[in-house]
Design a protein. Structure first.
Lengths: 269, 308
């Protein structure tokens, strides 16, 4: 089926184009406005007073924001690394070979964190840590984020793995490579773009999470979103706009990276 | 020859099954310990008594569920039916449905528009739709508040154009909450509809045109039924996070009127009534589960339909 005929078949309707523009404006305008105002020279968040980097300098010099940013990065790196490792192992065992006993159950368990409303995950984690006696802090936060990040890491990794021909590992098996050898020397290197893409997504999900962190972080392990929420409660400042813009840039950078790596995946196939 | 190979293959795989299970177990253990157990504990806690200073007393009680439906009189300890909490859940349900409808109204045309772009452009459009989802939800919600505030750019522009005298009150209203929910989860609606449209059998569209169907008829009778699975998937993906949402009502609604998510959060913050919070969470989870079961059923029905 050629592409030209497909377009002819699905004809366009009047108004769908403009609605798409409205949709994109709706999605992007608030973010653009906040970014623009973060460069505003005056303290006013309503009037434009010229271009300046002042609010970024102030945000960097604010110890609350700096500490929280450090915490967020630390938690995100740990949680994303753990989640990616677990997801990679799970993907290889679930997708290579015939379905295991309880395969469907295992697959739904991996996607369970996506099905539970975040507020329930948050309070369930809180109750759990309090009940088993784990003090709220980095340990509880990293554990909760690891669980929550697994499906996000799993999706791109499993997509990549299903694109790798099974004949490759079968051939290696025929040549007496052990399963461990096959995984180490064939699967992992070929899966690398998917693994990197999964890591990026898990990293952003952890970095972006507010609700879970709000409940399971302790006094010394406040993450950036929790700190921003606290600041925004007091009132809007251009400083918040500056931090928000920086976080926006980091998110877009990582999604872009993940998308780019994922695109390489489809090109190889 | 072939049989021998098949037997060898099978025995190779049987030995493999054990090592595969070993490799799978860490992820499953983490998920069971880190999510399934906590959810079970929530269920258990919902049947316990509230501790005086927060936490729980380990005594079985239906008090939490009773509190959801009845109000206890502080003087004579009698119970009277109260709809206060039911109303909160009802309002959450209503707003989640409204947000889903708004997302569908904007999302379907957008998904259709993307599906009709030349194939090499489509990935870029999909990327544009995906990016906002990955931006911190707190920041997106604050950004939306920033522009709809009384002194925000929208009101400033409208006043500058002399279209209104006093600022339009958008922030801290129910409308703002629905707007916020739609804004948060719109990409969830667009992506599955787009996927369904791209997969749909366009020969049917052609056949309908050949039989002199109008464009509107084709849309209603061919395109939309063909994308039904995607529409249902999108609706569920918007509805589930909307009904349990915490940030949109908290920030855009000004936290004045509670929704289910905030009611639950409150029980673990200021109110310190863990069993009641747990019971509300169980009730919310039940609503979500019903939605999910519906979703799985409809997916199965379409799959069966496709096979026929």
């Amino acid at each position: 089926m050629s592409h030209a005929t497909r377009i002819d078949r699905l004809r366009s309707y009047p108004g769908f184009g403009p609605l798409t523009i409205i949709c994109l404006t709706f999605l992007y305008a608030p973010l653009l406005v906040v970014s623009v105002y973060s460069f505003n020279a005056t303290r006013s968040i309503t009037e434009w007073g010229g271009f300046s980097f002042d609010w970024y300098v102030r945000a960097f010099n604010n110890p609350t924001i700096r500490d929280a940013a450090g915490n967020s990065l630390f938690v995100a790196v740990c949680a994303a690394t753990l989640a990616t490792t677990l997801a990679t192992m799970a993907a290889i065992s679930l997708l290579r070979g015939p379905p295991l006993k309880g395969q469907t159950g295992a697959v739904s368990l991996v996607s369970l964190p996506l099905m539970v409303p975040e507020i329930i995950t948050a309070i369930a984690s809180l109750i759990f840590f309090v009940t088993i006696g784990v003090p709220l802090g980095f340990v509880s936060l990293i554990a909760a984020h690891t669980v929550f990040c697994i499906p996000f890491a799993y999706l791109p990794i499993s997509a990549r793995l299903s694109g790798i021909e099974a004949t490759l590992d079968e051939a290696a098996g025929d040549l007496y490579a052990s399963r461990a050898d096959v995984i180490r020397t064939i699967l992992i290197p070929l899966m690398m773009p998917g693994i990197a893409s999964g890591f990026c997504l898990a990293f952003i999900v952890s970095l972006d999470d507010f609700i879970i962190a709000n409940f399971v972080s302790g006094p010394g392990s406040t993450t950036l979103p929790v700190a921003i929420y606290g600041l925004a409660r007091i009132g809007f400042t251009p400083e918040i706009n500056a931090v928000a813009t920086l976080m926006l840039a980091v998110s877009i950078l990582f999604v872009g990276l993940s998308w780019f790596l994922g695109r390489k995946t489809t090109q190889i196939n | 020859m072939q049989d021998a190979a098949a037997v060898a293959q099978r025995s190779y795989r049987v030995g493999e099954a054990r090592s595969r299970r070993v490799m799978l177990s860490p992820a499953l253990t983490v998920l069971v310990v880190g999510l399934v157990c906590p959810l079970i504990i929530v269920l258990v806690y919902s049947f316990l008594e509230a501790g005086t200073y927060g936490g729980v007393e380990w005594r079985f009680s239906l008090e939490a569920y009773q509190q959801f439906l009845f109000q206890r009189d502080i003087f004579d300890d009698s119970l009277s039916f109260s709809t206060a909490y039911l109303e909160i859940f009802g309002r959450s349900l209503f707003m989640a449905v409204l947000a889903t409808a708004v997302c569908l109204a904007i999302g379907f045309p957008t998904a259709y528009f993307i599906a009709t772009r030349p194939p090499e452009q489509r990935m870029f459009w999909v990327f544009l739709i995906t990016v906002p989802y990955w931006v911190n939800l707190l920041i997106r919600t604050l950004a939306l508040l920033f522009i709809i505030r009384d002194q925000g750019p929208i009101n400033a522009a409208l006043q500058g154009l002399d279209m209104i005298d006093a600022p339009l009150r958008i922030a801290y209203t129910d409308f703002a909450i629905v707007l916020g929910l739609a804004y948060s989860y719109l990409p969830f609606m667009i992506l599955p509809i787009y996927a369904a449209l791209e997969r749909s059998d366009t020969r049917l569209v052609e056949a309908a045109y050949d039989l002199y169907a109008s464009k509107a008829r084709v849309l209603v009778d061919v395109v939309i039924p063909g994308a039904k699975a995607g529409i249902i998937a999108g609706a569920i993906l918007v509805f589930i996070p909307s009904i349990g949402s915490y940030l949109a009502p908290d920030i855009l609604g000004g936290g004045r009127e509670l929704l289910a998510g905030n009611l639950i959060a409150q029980q673990f913050q200021a109110s310190r009534n863990w069993p009641f919070g747990a019971a509300c969470a169980v009730i919310l989870m039940t609503v979500v589960m019903l939605g999910l079961i519906q979703f799985v059923r409809s997916q199965e029905r379409t799959r069966r339909g496709e096979m026929r």
